[in-house]
Design a protein around this ligand. Sequence first.
Ligand code: URA
Length: 200
Amino acid sequence: MNKKEKKQLMDEMSAELSALKKSPLYKYRTENNYLPVVGEGDLSAKIMFIGEAPGRNEAKTGRPFCGSAGKILDELLLATGHKREDVFVTNIVKDRPPENRDPSPEEIKIYGPFLDRQIDLIRPKVIATLGRYSMKYILEKFGLHSELKPISEMHGKYLEAKAPYGKIKIAVLYHPCVAIYNRSKMPDLKKDFKILTKLS
Ligand code: URA
């Protein structure tokens, strides 16, 4: 599939998400003039980052990781030698949950298939999960349930998996939010992100 076709499919997904009335987050989005956050970046990226759900800045602009967590993500990316435009960044849940609460199982069930379609379209060689929700969703999706442990034991590691389009690596990373209120975590996060330099 060429980039134009991929872009068209992504635009179609955007339109579907805008009209997703069955989502429990639809009403909250429209009442607040928020936007769904589909994802952003290279549609043929080798690395795909998957966060949790958009925050306020993201829902206002329709762009993933554009607030304080995004600044940290950019800093971490820089340490790995990658630029934002060379990777693809998205979330499991595409609408902002009220008060930035954790996504519910129902929301993950509704938005998960959109993420699945994005993975099939981009065909990344490396999927980098940001935080425990993303780690759980991706490990389960690729049949690695038995490998699941608390993120405190998994972070900084990678697992091999089989996607329909070939072998992939799943890099398990802490969510960049961890460093928003605790900058002293930054060296640990940078160390974990360095595995991406090795994998890509
Ligand atoms: N946190 C996330 O998980 N995703 C975003 O897009 C922003 C903050």
